[in-house]
Design a protein around this ligand. Structure first.
Ligand code: SF4
Length: 324
């Protein structure tokens, strides 16, 4: 019992003519109750502060993650932000999952499960998957947990596509872990090569870079492409493929390749506009263009560096088919 309590006891005893011992005990009980009440308040305050602190820590962690993974956050396009369509933490917006054969590039013909994520930072005039980024498509996308998405995979090879899947780069490490745990042996990321995340490079088997030439309405970015080539130099880890719709596109492609400079992965893949109804004619035009090319690139015959590659799924199922 401290001095204050003793004094209170004496005051109460005098004031109310109480037995001094009884008054002292009453004062002690009051003081104890007072202390307990304040201790509860203090505890609540500490709990509140702890919760607030935890929220701040989570926010700080997200900021650090964003800063680390989002060097390109300020990447501006004429079409707005590079931010992906919003979904809850731990999920990605999925437009479609389907099992087919890889229709493009060096692994053409291989059975694969395709995971098409919503959103794109570009708006190519000839885009054959605009349903992955237009407002209706984004609204119809399903927010799917990464485990659920990995659980839908049937093939040993997975193609992560879009839209632009790199908009979801913060979710991709966890998705890759789920895919590997489920037995997936090969992952291709199909990207327009405008968003780069170095931490992801080692975990993807094939980076399929498809820069858009100016006739698409977009401007290719040699700096970002160079980063990919520098980070994934091993043969077979990166491929470059272009949709070439005209002679202007073809010339633009060589200009871009010159701007990229060293370390080009060969062969460089070229394919015609898949949205053309006369696809066979488009394919022939491109083939003729390549065969007529007598140009030289850094001392090499240009046409020998190229491969004309039709989109196999386009040939089999036509341009209107989805999920193939
Ligand atoms: S980058 Fe691909 S998905 Fe995006 S608009 Fe261009 S073609 Fe379409």
């Amino acid at each position: 019992m401290n001095d204050d309590v003793r004094k209170l006891g004496l005051i109460a005893a005098n004031e109310f003519n109480l037995d001094e011992e009884a008054a002292r005990e009453a004062a002690f009980e009051n003081a104890s109750a007072h202390l307990i009440e304040h201790a509860d308040d203090a505890l609540h305050a500490v709990n509140d502060q702890t919760a607030t602190l935890a929220e701040h820590l989570v926010a700080a962690r997200d900021l650090v993650t964003d800063a680390r993974l989002g060097e390109d956050r300020d990447l501006a396009t004429p079409h707005g932000s590079v931010e992906p369509p919003a979904t809850k933490r731990g999920t990605v917006p999925v437009v479609e999952v389907f099992h087919s054969i890889q229709g493009e590039g060096t692994r053409s013909g291989e059975p694969a499960t395709f995971l098409r994520l919503a959103g794109c930072n570009l708006r190519c005039t000839w885009c054959d998957t605009s349903y992955s980024w237009n407002p209706e498509g984004v609204r119809a996308a399903t927010a799917t947990t990464l485990a659920d998405l990995a659980g839908q995979v049937r093939e040993r090879a997975v193609v992560l596509t879009g839209g632009e899947p790199m908009l979801h780069r913060r979710r991709i490490p966890e998705l890759l872990a789920e895919l590997r745990a489920g037995g997936v042996e090969h992952v291709t990321v199909e990207t327009n090569a405008t968003i780069f995340e170095p931490a992801l490079v080692p975990d993807v088997d094939l980076w399929s870079l498809s820069p858009k030439l100016r006739a698409s309405g977009e401007t290719p970015d040699p700096t970002t492409i160079r980063k990919y080539l520098a980070a994934a130099p091993a043969p077979g880890r990166v491929q470059l493929k272009f949709v070439v719709t005209s002679q202007a596109d073809y010339d633009d492609m060589w200009e871009l390749l010159a701007a990229i400079g060293a370390g080009l992965p060969e062969p460089i893949l070229v394919q015609p506009d898949g949205t053309r109804q006369d696809y066979d004619v488009a394919l022939r035009e491109l083939t003729d263009r390549v065969l007529a090319d007598d140009g030289v690139f850094e001392g090499r015959q240009r046409r020998a560096m190229l491969r004309v590659t039709p989109q196999v799924h386009r040939v089999i199922w036509g341009s209107a088919a989805r999920g193939v």
